[in-house]
Design a protein around this ligand. Structure first.
Ligand code: BGC
Length: 766
């Protein structure tokens, strides 16, 4: 009865909301927001303390995907809690039918029938897998990235999901960390724009639409700076790195309206992020005015005991809730401990009310109170899953994500006929690895392989040999990848194929589950016998095009030194092979640029372009003879491929930079312009990048920082003037005054094709 009454009232509210929306000026729109606030308040008035705490409790589905397995036995307990209204959210329940089933339990059986918010790691596509986020970021195409997230949301929401644990906006400077595949790379400026694009893509303009999902900026904060790149490891960074490097993408996500945040497994400067009040209450909910809710990471409440920060579960609950963690993912701690903590006065009821208010507000915004089943339409699910629109979107995104790292003497594109091509390598026919990690709903072996993609071009003779296997057995999600280091039985056939070929295409790299959570590596070379295979084939035929599939930067010195062409094709998802074939055959001219520096050696890591100058920077080579400068005796300081690097099948020429003024004053703008010309023979796209160096400041500044870019498409012979506007805000940073401000002084401005560009002009801020 209560439930019916509730829904009847919901409908009246929805009707009123519509009236407001369609009549509306700003003040009336506020009324609509007020209406949600009122609805939340009215509901909260009816809730018992346990029901409130229940909203802060999130359970995994009755199977396990990302963390230590819940004991089989507790499925029944979880079910009972659903029916008792003691669960606010579930994750990893998916499919319109299953989500409806679980939603029916709470809606029909629990006292107040408060619908669940259904979370899922929609990291790069749902069933149709798009490129891993690091690859998408290599497109520098914000509209494409937004669209890719929107298509993912469309497919996932048709399968009952209404909340994604994405985007991951952790800045990372360490390719050993397996989760670099999930983020946008090393740069806070690019990372911020990508974060905002993803949030807008997932959430769209209307959260209550059945095609959008609430987004979640994670992992708050600093998880990407885990020491030694080892997952879950300690993070110890100063406040300037925190504010200038780590926080900007989170702020951008908040500004883009992201509705939820996830905290993190790591400790930051001695405090586990889950209990970090400064991050969650002071910065996020305080300074940034974030009014959504924060979910913990999987079991991160109980891990605070292991960190040595919480004494026991009760203490963990107290620390987390006081710090502003609103929802407990799979620690079972809030439900068990919060009630007594309130009763004995250790936690204030206001903090519970605040958390519940935030959670319920988003449920209202998602339209779950108006129709808890509006994401659960099986007909719609069938129509949308794998639809042509979503497949085409995945293909477009995949092509845009590819980075051409080397193309000596125009080795690429391949001729379309009359050639014998040997396609060699363990990943050439692999239909699983291109899906990458975090493709929970994706079907195994559902990617188009490079072999399949290339077979669509019939004019050449294509011979395929694996050469070596990359893995001995297909790993289950939680298993360590078992790399093959011994079986060379396929080498001989591969060599024969190479001998008779005009050109060899080798597809090498990392197995799909070799990057991602829990997949840190201490070596960044080609795993297993792949380097050996590469060198053996090279001894027979030097005309090798290397196609790389990987989830992180790799060390590619040998390949760069010896091979004429290298394509960075990441893990590109379902349409992988089609995208790669189109690039190989020149149907698509690559324009991707690296979102992370590629090292020459693991020993250089952490490696990033926006480093500090030090007091003894030296200049590569120039200080030969002296050792007293910041360098390695056995390796250059520079990366093999710098941040922002990527080639095209055409060539671009940059003019010198022109500034309309050389002195910038408050409230004014300087315009920096270059003319870009396509001096090659085919149309192509270039990411024109603008970097700035602040020569002295109250806190030392990086040697340069990306501050603008534009993706420009040009026909052969065509030119375009690109203008960047610089204002004092462009120059602002978190200063010694502990605030964002620009400080007067001398600056250099660089415009060019990657972060190593030397074309520069100087200006001053007065
Ligand atoms: C990861 C999160 C993820 C969560 C739920 C955790 O292990 O760190 O990023 O969203 O699992 O799957």
């Amino acid at each position: 009865m209560l439930v019916q009454y509730f829904f009847l009232r919901s409908r009246i509210y929805i009707f009123l909301s519509f009236l407001f929306l369609f009549s509306c000026d700003d003040s009336e729109r506020k009324e609509t927001e007020l209406t949600i606030a009122q609805r939340v308040n009215e509901l909260m008035d009816k809730m018992t303390l346990q029901e409130k705490i229940g909203q802060m409790n999130q359970y995994n589905g009755f199977w396990n995907v990302t963390g230590p397995s819940p004991k089989e036995g507790n499925a029944k307990e979880k079910y009972d809690h659903l029916a008792e209204g003691l669960v606010g959210s579930m994750l990893n329940v998916r499919g319109a039918k299953d989500v409806r089933a679980v939603q029916e339990v709470v809606v029909n059986q629990s006292r107040l029938g408060i619908p669940l918010i259904i979370g899922f790691d929609l990291i790069h596509g749902y069933k149709t897998i798009s490129p891993i986020p690091l690859a998408e970021s290599a497109s520098w195409d914000l509209e494409a990235i937004r669209n890719s997230a929107a298509l993912g949301a469309k497919e996932a929401s048709a399968a009952g999901i209404n909340w994604t644990f994405a985007p991951m906006v952790d800045i990372s400077r360490d390719a050993r960390w397996g989760r670099v595949m999930e983020g946008a790379g090393e740069d806070p400026y690019l990372g911020s724009l990508v974060a905002a694009a993803r949030v807008k893509g997932f959430q769209g303009n209307d959260l209550s639409s059945s095609s959008t999902v609430a987004a979640c900026a994670k992992h708050f904060a600093a998880y990407g700076l885990a020491e030694s790149g080892r997952d879950y490891n300690t993070v110890d960074v100063g406040e300037h790195t925190l504010h200038n490097i780590i926080l900007p993408p989170f702020k951008a996500a908040a500004d883009a309206g992201v509705r939820t945040f996830m905290n993190a497994f790591n400790e930051l400067n001695g405090i586990p992020a889950t209990a970090d009040k400064m991050l969650q209450r002071d910065i996020l909910k305080g300074d940034w005015g974030f009014d959504g809710f924060i979910v913990s990471d999987w079991g991160s409440l109980k891990e605070m005991i292991v960190h040595g920060y919480a004494q026991d579960k009760k203490h963990a609950a107290e620390l987390a809730v006081k710090a502003g963690s609103d929802m407990d993912m799979e620690s079972y701690i809030y439900l068990a401990e919060l009630e007594s903590l309130i009763e004995n006065g250790h936690v204030a009821i206001e903090q519970i009310d605040d958390a519940v208010r935030r959670i319920l507000t988003i449920k209202f915004e998602l339209g779950l109170f108006d129709d808890p089943f509006h994401y659960c339409d099986t007909t719609r699910e069938q129509e949308i899953t794998g639809s042509p629109e979503i497949r085409e979107g995945a293909l477009e995104m995949a092509k845009k994500s590819i980075v051409l790292l080397k193309n000596a003497e125009a080795t690429l594109p391949l001729k379309k006929e009359g050639q014998t091509i040997a396609l060699i390598g363990p990943l050439a026919s692999d239909k699983n690895s291109p899906l990458g990690n975090w493709r929970i709903a994706g079907d195994n072996n559902s990617a188009v392989s490079v072999l399949e993609g290339m077979l669509k071009y019939g004019g050449n003779t294509l011979i395929h040999e694996q050469g070596v296997k990359l893995v001995n057995e297909i790993p289950a999600f939680h298993k360590e990848v078992d790399i093959n280091n011994t079986d060379r039985s396929g080498m001989k056939a591969a060599k024969v194929a190479a001998k008779n070929a005009d050109v060899v295409v080798m597809v090498l790299g990392e197995y799909g589950f070799q990057s991602g959570e829990g997949r840190s590596r201490s070596k960044l070379d080609l795993p297993g016998l792949q380097q050996e295979l590469l060198e053996e084939i090279y001894a027979i035929n030097t005309n090798i095009i290397l196609v790389l599939m990987n989830g992180r930067p790799l060390v590619l010195n040998w390949a760069d030194e010896h091979l004429p062409a290298i394509i960075e094709a990441w893990h590109l998802g379902t349409e992988s092979g089609n995208a790669i074939a189109q690039v190989l055959y020149g149907e698509y001219n690559p324009s991707g640029k690296l979102p992370m520096s590629f090292p020459r050696s693991v020993g250089q890591i952490p490696l990033y372009y926006n480093h500090k100058n030090t007091g003894r920077p030296g200049t590569e080579g120039a200080d030969a003879g002296s050792v007293f400068w910041s360098h390695y005796g056995d390796e250059k300081n520079s990366p093999l491929f710098p941040f922002g690097f990527g080639l095209s099948y055409t060539q671009f020429e940059y003019s010198e930079i022109t500034l309309n003024e050389t002195i910038l004053t408050n409230g004014n703008t300087i315009e920096a312009s270059v003319t870009l010309t396509n001096v090659g023979n085919v149309e192509g796209k270039e990411v024109v990048q603008m970097y700035i160096r602040d020569h002295f400041a109250s806190v030392t500044r990086p040697v340069r920082e990306l501050k603008g870019f534009e993706l420009v498409a040009l026909e052969p012979g065509e030119s375009k003037e690109i203008i960047f506007e610089i204002t004092p805000e462009t120059l602002a940073f978190y200063s010694a005054n502990k605030q964002w401000e620009a400080e007067p002084g001398a600056f250099s401005l660089f415009i060019g094709t990657n972060s190593a560009t030397t074309r520069s002009v100087d200006f001053k801020l007065e």
